[in-house]
Design a protein around this ligand. Sequence first.
Ligand SMILES: [Zn+2]
Length: 468
Amino acid sequence: MLTSKEQKLEKELIGEVWQNSQIYENMLVMADEIGSRFAGTPSEKQAQEYMVKKLKEYGYENAQAIPFTYYGWKRGPVKLEMTAPVKREFEAISLAMSPGGTVEADVINLGTGSPEEFEAVKPEDVKGKIVLCSSATSPTGKRVHRRTKYGYAVKYGAVGFIFMNHNPGQLAPTGSLRPSYRMGGEIPGIGVSLETGSLMLRLAKDKPVRVKFSDGSKVLPNTKSANIVAELPGRIDEWIVVGGHYDGHDIAQGAMDNLSGTVVTMELARLLKPYEGKFKRGIRFICFGCEEVGVTGSTCYVADHLDQMKNTAMMVNLELGGLAYVDGMKHAAFTVYQPPEMKQWIEEFLEDVAYPTSISTGMSAASDHWPFVMQGVPAIYMHEEPSMRQLVQGRGWGHTTADCMDKVDPRNLQEGTMLMVRLLLRMANQRKRIAKHTPLKKIIKGLEKTGMKKTLEIQLKWHPDSPR
Ligand SMILES: [Zn+2]
């Protein structure tokens, strides 16, 4: 419960979001004028400068770009040709972190590329072939990450990887193949639209498909990027990290994924700055770079700031894609990563603010909370309310050329911001500790039990003793 002073402050904060929100303004500049903000592009640098400038305008003298080094990547042109049983050329694009190269081989169609579908075939049936799989939810109802599918393809000895969108619209999907804080991909990977992939299969008429593709992309070791950090110190040296990644994919504006989370992070920083000194805990606003190339910016941030982890009371990840979506009114919901007691904390919060919504518990390694989680930091994720659409469409427009501003309704983001600022107010001022850190041994045990360790091994992301 809030004190009467805090209640007054809360009213001011909510009013400020409703009346003077800069969410949409910042989105328009960063999407339409600046661009994709993709790792290694000029728009990435421009976005960094813009965010630091804006945060300084909001009063954060300490706003800065903190650099890190990673395996960069440059997209090159792709030429895709079916060589048998029919000869024909198709359109395709490279998948981020593909090392490039030319391959020609028979295609093995592994459906959605889930572990079950890989495990149903022998590695020798895949060896030397090009794996084709789609982005659809697996036959057992699971959404499997592209990096897992690619990891299996490499492990089984495939020479190439074709990732087919399962959503219509002539949209070839992109997405990264390996964690760029460690490495680039081993075999070339390309994305094709549902229409292209299914046409190839139809033309083959159940005969083996043979394709040749060349990919001009390159992995560029020792590339530099930066995370944008602004700090609002509290009265004690304990911090809440709130943020999300600012980079999008180079083929689109990345408006939903994840400019939406970026502008909400900036708005929260703007809202709270006038009240500096009124909070017990500090709040560290971070816009992470290079998430789209393997959760790299947040991983490097954690690796370079291990001393901060003990005093990080909470990591709130803002990957708000679906919450920004224009298709009707969206409400926010939460996922608790760890510890399980946080579920009750959120339940009490939602009751207090009269915002009934869903809270799930679970784990995912595919976004910026992950490196914090591995250091034991309590972590939660705000997102849109779960729906059948997500299960059917998966990323939807995400990771395609269509993730642009016309899909965004800023009112949905305003609602999310109002909820989040109320949550931060309570977290920053709660007298008792918010939640316990989780010991590494316990984290590992949990990941073994759920099978996530195996998935991370396949993705080459299993390194519990080292943050990167
Ligand atoms: Zn994202």
